[in-house]
Design a binder for this molecule. Structure first.
Ligand code: ADP
Ligand code: SF4
Ligand code: MG
Length: 358
């Protein structure tokens, strides 16, 4: 049964994305004819509410960074619309985007390459002021020092260079730069993936603290669920350019509906050995198929142990299957089967090994 979306007084979304598509053309030969396209993002619908953290997860190459660069308007979409505070920003040019640049900022994955090594930390963090032509109250230096302290760095170090800082500290510099203009929305693209596991939690916790302090709204991208599990209010799971499941964090963890989500969850480390022993581990065989020629029907069917005939021919739409819980699957877990007449294909079942953790 499809449950209608609740008509409660949910606030106006800060960001609203509809039918968002980004295809990168592939050009071949001397004449550079278009020979196909990388379907990096292929029809995303979601919104981000003020003050929330939307986590976005999926394997490498599924279109997460492209999505982040589209919604921050660093990339021009192929089709679809992006609205920010109710305003259509899909095709704004650089000049029209300038006022919005203050409100929407991005934190990048690699703190090594995203900071100019020849600029001091002070110059890096104050660059947004120069670009926007704003002078902060109390002057640039005082504001840079305030930002350094805010992200847990020594305010006296504004004259140092990026190489004098550790990886975690460099990502803090990237965070300070992103927060300089007091943005409303911050898109963080795998903000801790390049960092040592031992300091990942510190940086994620810093983001979490800053959200409360500054009333920020986040989209945090990660390639697995372990990093964003504690900080996300809702989580979107992506596979090959599409959202396959979107739900409240607790719902997603306790009642995953999409088989891909279930597989991702089974790979998250469980600290408690008693719970670990009980859990079924799902190992997905094979790689993610190419986004140049994605599989027909459900894009996950080549790796799904529940796949049936219908999965190979009909694309499952992203539907609300429980309150606030959307999934795109003909045979969802924890919900009524949407194509119950069929039996799982024996071939698909063989492609997947299930094993129990020991
Ligand atoms: N500028 C580009 N030109 C062509 N293909 C691209 C470009 N950027 C990304 N892609 C392709 O789009 C797909 C999605 O990439 P990306 O958004 O970086 O995924 P993720 O961040 O989830 O790893 C990949 O197949 C990638 O190779
Ligand atoms: S639609 Fe079919 S192939 Fe796709 S996830 Fe659901 S069961 Fe698996
Ligand atoms: Mg990426």
């Amino acid at each position: 049964m499809t449950v209608p979306e609740q008509a409660t007084s949910s606030p106006e979304p800060l960001l609203k994305v509809s039918g968002l598509v980004k295809h990168f053309p592939i050009k071949k030969g001397l004449l550079q004819r278009q020979a196909g396209a990388v379907q990096a993002v292929d029809g995303l619908d979601f919104d981000v509410r003020p003050g929330e953290t939307l986590g976005v997860v999926g394997e490498s190459g599924c279109g997460k960074s492209t999505m982040g660069r589209l919604v921050t308007r660093l990339l021009e979409p192929t089709s679809g619309t992006i609205e920010f505070e109710g305003k259509d920003i899909t095709h704004l040019n650089t000049a029209q985007m300038r006022p919005m640049r203050r409100d929407v900022q991005m934190i990048f994955q690699d703190p090594y390459s995203s900071l100019n090594p020849r600029h001091t930390v002070g110059a890096i963090i104050s660059a947004p002021f120069r670009l926007q032509g704003v002078t902060p109250e109390g002057g640039v230096k005082a504001e840079v020092q305030r930002l350094l302290a805010l992200v847990g760095l020594n305010p006296e170090h504004y004259n140092r260079y990026p190489h004098e800082f550790s990886g975690g500290q460099r990502q803090r510099i990237g965070i300070a730069r992103a927060l300089a203009l007091k943005p409303k929305l911050v898109v963080a693209d795998e903000p801790v993936s390049a960092l040592d596991v031992s300091i990942q939690a510190q940086v994620v916790n810093l983001l979490d603290d800053l959200q409360d302090e500054l009333g920020l709204t986040y989209v945090i991208i990660a390639h697995d669920l372990s990093v964003i599990r504690h900080v996300s209010d809702r989580i979107a799971v992506m596979y090959l350019g599409k959202i396959v499941e979107l739900a409240d964090r607790k719902d997603l963890y306790e009642r995953p509906m999409h088989p891909y989500t279930k597989a991702l969850l089974s790979a998250v480390p469980v600290p408690d050995p008693r719970r670990r022993a009980k859990r079924e581990r799902i190992l997905l065989k094979g790689d993610v198929p190419s986004p140049i020629a994605p599989p027909s029907g459900c894009r996950f069917h080549t790796r799904c142990w529940k796949a049936t005939e219908v999965c190979t021919t009909q694309e499952p739409p992203l539907l609300t299957l429980a309150t606030g819980h959307q999934a795109a699957c003909h045979h969802p877990e924890n919900a009524a089967d949407r194509a119950p007449a069929e039996k799982p294909g024996a071939e698909a079942a063989r492609k997947v090994t299930k094993k129990t953790d020991s």
